[in-house]
Ligand binder design. Structure first.
Ligand code: CP
Length: 308
C-alpha cells in the first residue's frame, strides 16, 4: 500500500493503522533528508499551500512552513488577526477567496471543533487540520507516536499516560486515537474536573494518583493547562495543581523505572513540569519538535500525491 485512505487529514479518527505506518515510513525518509547538508527536495514544485491560522501557534505554524519549503512547495500565509475576518468575512468566503488564487492545499488552525470537517464539504482543496478547538490535532499525535517509536523502538505494547487537562486537549484526543490504533495501552491522569465524562469509552483507563500512573507507564505525556479555554476555575490554583499533578525531578527519580517524558508545548515551566525535567535526558520534547517537520513533510507529500 503506497497511498493514504483519506484525501484530507481532518483527524486521527479517520485514519487506519496502515495510514499511520505509511506516514511513519515516509517520515523516516524525510527525516534523513532534513539532516543532510542540502535539506530540500523538489517533490512539490507544482503545489501551492495556504497556511491559515485563526489561533496562535509557534511550533505547528513554523513546522508546517518549514516542511512545505523543504518540499519546494509555493506557500502563502494567512493570519486572522491581520485579515478581513476582522471585518466580518466568513470562513468559507475567506478560504474560497484564497482558493481562487489557485491553491491546492489548506493547512488550517481554528478555534471551532470541526472547522476543517465543515470546510472539506465546501471546497475542493486538500485540508490538513492543524488543531481545531478542543477536538483534534492530528499531526501532533503523529509526531508524538513517531517520537515514541524512535526512542523505544515501537508503539505497540507500550504504556502511555497522558497527564493534565484532558478535557480541553485536542492533543489528548488525537493521541488516544493514534496510540490505541497502534496497540499501545493508554491511561489518562488529572483532576476529576478536567476529565471528560465517559472517557473510558475510548478504551483508556483513568488514574487520579500521579505517582501510581507514572510507576505504571513507559511514557508520560505532560499536557499544558489550557487557561485560554477555561471560563471557570477547574482547580483551586496553579500551586495546588502542581502539587498533585506536576512532574519534578525528585518524583521522576523516585520511580521504579526510567520513563520517557514528553510535552507538546508550549510548556508552563514550573506548573505541569519543572525546567529540570523538561531539559533532562529522559525528556524527548525537542525530538518531538524536530520530528514534527518530517511528519508534516510526509503528510503533505502523501496528500499532494492524491490531488488529481
Ligand atoms: N504543540 C503545538 O500545537 O504548539 P503551538 O500551539 O505552538 O503550535
Amino acid at each position: 500500500m503506497s497511498e493514504l485512505s483519506v484525501n484530507h487529514l481532518l483527524g486521527i479518527k479517520y485514519l487506519n493503522e496502515n495510514d499511520i505506518q505509511l506516514i511513519f515510513e515516509t517520515a523516516d525518509h524525510f527525516k534523513e533528508v532534513i539532516n543532510r547538508s542540502i535539506k530540500k527536495v523538489p517533490s512539490l514544485r507544482d503545489i501551492t499551500i495556504a497556511n491559515i491560522f485563526f489561533e496562535n501557534s509557534t511550533r505547528t505554524k513554523l513546522s508546517f512552513e518549514l516542511a512545505e519549503k523543504r518540499l519546494s512547495a509555493d506557500i502563502v500565509n494567512f493570519s486572522a488577526a491581520q485579515s478581513s475576518v476582522k471585518k466580518g468575512e466568513t470562513l468559507i468566503d475567506t478560504v474560497n477567496n484564497i482558493l481562487s488564487m489557485k491553491v491546492d492545499m489548506v493547512v488550517m488552525r481554528h478555534s471551532n471543533p470541526g472547522a476543517g470537517i465543515m470546510l472539506s464539504k465546501h471546497i475542493k482543496a486538500a485540508i490538513i487540520n492543524a488543531g481545531d478547538g478542543a477536538h483534534e490535532h492530528p499531526t501532533q499525535a503523529l509526531l508524538d507516536s513517531f517520537s515514541i517509536r524512535e526512542r523505544l523502538g515501537d508503539v505497540a505494547g507500550k504504556k502511555v499516560v497522558i497527564v493534565g487537562d484532558i478535557l480541553h486537549s485536542r492533543v489528548a484526543l488525537s493521541n488516544i486515537f493514534a496510540l490505541k490504533l497502534q496497540g499501545a495501552e493508554v491511561k489518562v491522569c488529572g483532576p476529576k474536573s478536567l476529565m471528560p465524562k465517559h472517557i473510558e469509552s475510548l478504551g483508556v483507563t483513568v488514574e487520579t494518583d500521579l505517582r501510581k500512573a507514572l510507576n505504571w507507564c513507559d511514557v508520560a505525556n505532560m499536557l499544558r493547562i489550557q487557561n485560554e479555554r477555561m471560563d471557570v476555575s477547574y482547580f483551586p490554583n496553579a500551586r495546588e495543581y502542581t502539587k498533585q499533578f506536576g512532574l519534578n525531578m525528585s518524583l521522576l527519580n523516585s520511580l521504579d523505572k526510567e520513563i520517557v517524558v514528553m510535552h507538546p508545548g508550549p510548556i508552563n515551566r514550573g506548573v505541569e513540569i519543572t525546567s529540570e525535567v523538561a531539559d533532562s535526558s529522559q525528556s524527548i520534547i525537542l525530538d518531538q519538535v524536530e520530528n514534527g517537520v518530517a511528519i508534516r513533510m510526509a503528510v503533505i507529500y502523501l496528500l499532494a500525491s492524491k490531488i488529481k
